[in-house]
Design a protein around this ligand. Structure first.
Ligand code: GTP
Ligand code: MG
Length: 196
């Protein structure tokens, strides 16, 4: 898929304020700092579209970006942001859970995972929660430019082993680097196949 146009539409904390034009949307979620906003900028080839930062907790709202006037990319706040207060955290969790479970136009959740890390409890729990709620998701490993391919293969295998303890089969798995652009075509082709 060619991305001809990517425009920021709205930021908010409530599903009732999300766009109402029923265009299909794809959400990007994962731990704080995993690279959600960077991946969105890489996919759209627009550097400053989604705000990125070296400090975790940058994205705090549900952000809708309209692509080719046809579908939405949704940037979400990260989970597991240690420095957020408990009340802030449960507030975030509530609006994210609300958005993910009630948004009828949500086609797929891209769960971003840091390729450098071994399987993390919080990520496995989040994916299991998606499964329990019947929400379609895929796994996207980020920052693969930061590790050797042998370590990447090792971490992927460990994730597969953990996932297959709960699941009969693996969801779609992607590997990506926002620095090199690796994974862009695969991810966009996947979106295209779903919205067709
Ligand atoms: P929050 O909005 O805080 O939840 O973070 P986020 O998941 O949106 O992460 P963000 O895109 O802001 O990136 C976090 C940091 O990781 C930034 O310093 C990025 O430059 C860096 N980063 C993101 N993706 C990559 C990547 O593919 N490779 C490398 N080397 N660095 C990356
Ligand atoms: Mg972000």
């Amino acid at each position: 898929m060619q991305i001809k146009e990517a425009v920021f539409i709205v930021s908010n904390t409530e599903i009732k304020n999300c766009p109402i034009d029923k265009k299909p949307e794809f959400a990007f979620i994962g731990r704080s700092n995993v690279g959600k906003s960077s991946l969105i900028n890489m996919l759209t080839a627009k550097k400053g579209l989604a705000k990125t930062s070296g400090t975790p907790g940058k994205t705090q709202l549900i952000n809708h970006f309209l692509i080719n006037d046809k579908w939405y990319i949704v940037d979400l706040p990260g989970y597991g942001y240690a420095r957020a207060s408990k009340t802030m955290r449960s507030k975030w969790e509530k609006f994210i859970a609300d958005y993910l479970t009630k948004r009828e136009t949500l086609m797929n959740i891209f769960v971003l995972l840091d390729a450098r890390l071994e399987p993390q409890k919080i990520d496995l729990e989040f994916m299991n929660w998606c499964g329990q709620k019947g929400l379609p998701f895929s796994m996207v490993f980020t920052k693969i430019d930061k590790l050797s391919s042998s370590v990447l293969q090792k971490n992927l295998a460990k994730y597969k082993k953990e996932m297959l303890k709960f699941w009969e089969e693996m969801p779609p798995v992607f590997t990506s680097s926002s620095n090199s652009g690796f994974g862009r075509e695969q991810l966009l082709n996947y979106v295209e196949a779903i919205i067709k």
